[in-house]
Design a protein. Structure first.
Length: 408
């Protein structure tokens, strides 16, 4: 297993702390590996294997425990056996894909009350922590969000897996843009013939298990047409009417309410991420005209083909995901007569970012720099592009996207 240190550092902060560690993210983004890495560290610290209980609820081997009562009884029995042997020690309970357990939060809350234990769970949908569940566990959990590989992680996986070492940094970045960041692609040595069907299978699995079944969607054709429209319009201001008009052109009809239900289901499964607009002057969130980005852009390329003409939207998606990995809260900035691609906030820090493919003309340079020059605060402002030459001016920093991604 290849360690993903950025996430392990977050988990280590809470090992043996009295909070439930809830690890969330899209299927195949690496949540199970994080659990296994935690188990490996505990073993290295001298924790006996019998004190670490790992359950994968995607496996038939755990099918009999997919009810809260059954799971609680099973784990409590193990705790009693240890107690009867005068070996009352802490249990480390790891529940992988916990959304498969009916009433899982009841079992987990009871473990925390009744047993000497440290609890870790993973889940592939954001509703894991919604509504009554969040209320029941309020103040007793920490969420750790797992994303597909960053470009820095992509380079680490490439080196560790012994892939083609002749590729220079530009070729590595081209691979990253085409294939995305799901860790499993490295087991196929970044081979298009293997990676494309692998990504298509992941997409179908997420769609079936986490979207269609999880939200009881009947018209799967309309759902998929909606997804393909979103994928083809990444980084553009969203309008439910545009989707409706697009479907009408294909002799299909879908209400605005249903469109938003589909979007919520796709967000819930971590396939897409919504970014709200921020009114720079009014300092408030605008409730309409948001943007959507993909959690893994490799899925789009696998489904629709890799289109180099789409690279501007793809680069925006890459930058958005990197900001998410760096724990920024991200908005699209709306000025009086202009738009800022990203306003990113983290604690007391704010940064402004414009993303473009190439600064190929004076008009393009003016278009990208002017909105940032109009912002009068002293927070850092960036223009990110694929240019090898530095066009920075008047305090605005210009970086190659590849190099900015490798800044840590």
């Amino acid at each position: 297993m290849i360690k993903r240190d950025v996430y392990m550092e977050k988990v280590r902060l809470f090992i043996d702390k009295p909070v439930i560690k809830i690890i969330t993210g899209m299927r195949r983004s690496g949540k199970s590996v994080i659990l296994k890495l935690v188990r490996e560290e505990l073993l290295q610290q001298g924790i006996p294997p019998e004190q670490i209980l790992y359950f994968n609820f995607e496996s038939l081997g755990a099918a009999s425990l997919r009810e809260a009562d059954a799971l609680y009884a099973f784990v409590a029995n193990i705790a009693r056996q240890q107690s009867s042997r005068q070996r009352l020690k802490r249990l480390y309970i790891m529940l992988d894909e916990v959304q498969q357990i009916k009433g899982w939060e009841q079992a987990v809350a009871s473990f925390r009350i009744d047993l000497n234990c440290d609890i870790y769970v993973t889940g592939s949908n954001s509703s894991l922590l919604s509504g009554d569940i969040a209320v029941r566990l309020a103040g007793r959990y920490v969420e750790i969000k797992i994303h597909p590989l960053s470009f820095a992680e992509h380079l680490n996986f490439t080196a560790t897996m012994g892939e083609d070492q002749e590729k220079d940094l530009n070729r590595q970045f081209a691979d990253y843009l085409q294939y995305g960041g799901l860790p499993g692609i490295h087991e196929m040595n970044i081979n298009t013939d293997a990676v494309t069907p692998y990504l298509q299978d992941i997409y179908n699995s997420v769609l079936l298990k986490d979207v269609i079944s999880g939200h009881r969607i009947r018209d799967t054709d309309l759902l998929e047409r909606t997804i393909l429209f979103l994928m083809d319009n990444i980084g553009r201001i969203f309008s439910a009417k545009r989707i409706s008009d697009f479907l009408k052109s294909q002799n299909r009809r879908l209400s605005t309410e249903t469109i938003y239900n589909y979007l919520n289901a796709l967000e819930d499964a971590f396939l897409i991420r919504k970014v709200s607009r921020w009114d720079i002057k009014g300092k408030r969130i605008l409730e309409t005209q948001e943007k959507y980005y993909l959690e893994d852009f490799g899925l789009k390329n696998a489904l629709m083909g890799y289109d180099k003409d789409f690279i501007a939207g793809l680069l925006e998606n890459v930058v958005f995901l990197e900001l998410q990995r760096r724990d920024y809260e991200v908005f699209v900035g709306q000025g009086a007569n202009c738009e800022i691609d990203f306003i990113a906030r983290r604690r007391e820090e704010t940064i402004y970012i414009q993303v473009t493919y190439l600064l190929a003309s004076p008009e393009t340079i003016e278009r990208e720099f002017a909105p940032l020059l109009n912002i009068r605060d002293n927070f850092p402002k960036y223009v990110l592009s694929m240019d090898e030459f530095n066009f920075g001016r008047q305090g605005i920093i210009h970086r190659h996207i590849r190099d900015w991604l490798l800044d840590c």
